[in-house]
Design a binder for this molecule. Structure first.
Ligand SMILES: C[S@@+](CC[C@H](N)C(=O)[O-])C[C@H]1O[C@@H](n2cnc3c(N)ncnc32)[C@H](O)[C@@H]1O
Length: 255
């Protein structure tokens, strides 16, 4: 099937393939030790309220099986377990360093989150396996059609996908101001947190990845093309962040 955004995906892959294959793991190995503090700083202290808003959109039931894709330092898993400790949470990420920090953080809270080290373009789980899948702050670094198709595959029919990322604002004016802000941040953060060479090398990439990314509306359209239903997309902070919720349809006999 030819997707409407196949061309855009091709352009993103052409532009970023080398960074995604060679540099991203080194960046997150370097960033792992200060990732959570840097995010609070970069969001001007708004991160925790953004995260709470995102997590409040999630419908979860006791005992459900949840997969957090690109789980990083397990921010989502830990927040969800505070809400419902009986959840069976699985975290998948390619970075050993980020998951190591995540494992420590989860155990400090007294939680166990099952960790899987893997590239998320092929999820190491069977079909129809999870009630809920989450993905936060990472899709800019991924081939979206492949990963969202994998998420659809591992979700149980009727299961929900919750997505949050920095998006490309639909307004040109907001977009311009946003890039100026990000450029300033990319100058300050590496100095403040003493970033290593991999992160220094990728400073422009982090802005360019958003420039070539999706707006809230485009991401909703893509989810729909990939077979998700009941899609809601909410723009936050002038469209610089988007929350999406989408459902894997039930077989027609059960609707
Ligand atoms: C910005 S962090 C987000 C972490 C976490 N979701 C959060 O909300 O804080 C992006 C994460 O995506 C992971 N990642 C990037 N590309 C990946 C890939 N192809 N496969 C698996 N993980 C990947 C990185 O290792 C990193 O932990």
């Amino acid at each position: 099937m030819k997707y409407c955004y196949a061309g855009k995906e091709h352009a993103r892959e052409k532009e970023f393939q080398k960074i995604w294959s060679n540099d991203i793991d080194d960046v997150f190995s370097d960033v792992a030790r200060y990732y959570d503090r840097a995010n609070i700083f970069a969001s001007l202290g708004l991160l925790s309220s953004l995260q709470s808003r995102f997590i409040s959109t999630m419908d979860i039931q006791p005992g459900q099986k949840v997969l957090d894709v690109c789980a990083g330092t397990n921010v989502i898993g830990i927040n969800l377990m505070h809400r419902e400790p009986s959840l069976d949470i699985h975290a998948v990420d390619r970075s050993v360093a980020m998951q190591e920090v995540g494992r420590e953080r989860a155990s400090q809270h007294g939680f166990e989150i099952k960790s899987f080290i893997s590239d998320v373009h092929q999820l190491p789980f069977p079909d129809n396996h999870f009630d809920v899948v989450t993905l936060q702050w990472a899709t800019r670094h991924l081939r979206v059609i492949e990963v969202f198709s994998e998420i659809n595959r591992v979700l149980k029919p009727g299961g929900y996908f919750h997505h949050c990322d920095m998006l490309r604002p639909a307004s040109r004016l907001v977009e311009k101001m946003y890039y100026v802000y990000l450029k300033v941040l990319m100058g300050v953060i590496p100095r403040l947190f003493r970033s290593g060479p991999a992160s220094m090398k990728c400073r422009n990439y982090f802005i360019h990845a958003i420039r070539m990314f999706y707006s809230t509306e485009e991401l909703s359209a893509l989810l729909s093309e990939l077979g998700f239903s009941q899609i809601s997309g909410r723009s936050v902070l002038g469209g610089t962040v988007g929350f999406h919720k989408a459902r894997k349809p039930l077989p027609s006999s059960e609707t």
